[in-house]
Write a protein that binds this ligand. Structure first.
Ligand SMILES: [Fe+2]
Length: 236
């Protein structure tokens, strides 16, 4: 008989790190296969659609965080400051992603025309609801899941993109810097959870938000797999 696992911050982090989204089919194929330029364009348009909007939802979470949750407000501010280039417009993370898109011949005006696939749209809606309309402990759990699972994609995307001789180190900066950055974001959010969710009941609320987010993030990548690797989806 298995002993009943008591929910702790550590057990929740272990659960998030072991979630199937971290090794999903899209990540593996992206690392191992050579994609056509058209496939890379389809990927980057959807991914940019998400990344560009995500930071704005995170700004909303900061506003929604209760006045007295000072530690959480501080940790979120650090994450946002980093996402927004630590005060330098050209170093905002989304700008690095746009520079990569340019290396594939996609301009900012093209990116603004992207229509999201349903799974990308749905993931943004889940985050919008958890960050802005649920209790802040669920919101904190959602952001913990975002930051804890985010590092996995870069472990696959960076070696995946380094296979192509067409990309310079400069082109791939978005991906290389995130391998370092996301570990910090996850540590900051873990600190926020430890300081803010001080009872088992609090932590259960955090876990609900975290699990829903990790599941929706998994759906996001299953949808991306269909968009990029299924021949029927030729339209970019
Ligand atoms: Fe980032």
């Amino acid at each position: 008989m298995n002993p009943v696992q008591i929910l702790t911050v550590e057990s929740l982090l272990d659960e998030l790190r072991a979630h199937p989204v971290n090794t999903n089919q899209f990540f593996v194929e992206f690392r191992d296969q050579f994609l056509t330029t058209d496939q890379l364009r389809r990927f980057i348009k959807q991914y940019h659609f998400f990344c560009f909007r995500f930071v704005k939802i995170l700004e909303g979470l900061l506003y929604h965080t209760p006045l007295e949750a000072l530690d959480m407000r501080i940790e979120l501010t650090k994450t946002l400051y980093s996402e927004l280039g630590s005060g330098i417009t050209d170093q905002a993370h989304v700008r690095y992603l746009e520079r990569f898109a340019q290396s594939l011949g996609i301009q900012e005006s093209d990116l603004m025309q992207t229509r999201p696939i349903p799974e990308v749209d749905q993931y943004l809606k889940v985050l919008d609801r958890l960050f802005l309309q649920s209790d802040f402990l669920r919101a904190l759990g959602a952001e913990l899941a975002v930051e804890t699972t985010a590092i996995s994609e870069f472990r696959f995307f960076l070696p995946g993109l380094q296979k192509y001789s067409q990309f310079t180190e400069q082109d791939l900066l978005f991906f290389s810097m995130h391998l370092q950055e996301e570990a910090h974001h996850s540590d900051w959010l873990t600190d926020a959870v430890r300081k803010t969710a001080t009872s088992l009941e609090d932590l259960e609320h955090v876990a609900i938000g975290a699990r829903e987010t990790a599941d929706a993030w998994h759906q996001f990548w299953l949808g991306m797999y269909e968009k990029v690797f299924t021949p029927a989806n030729q339209e970019s």
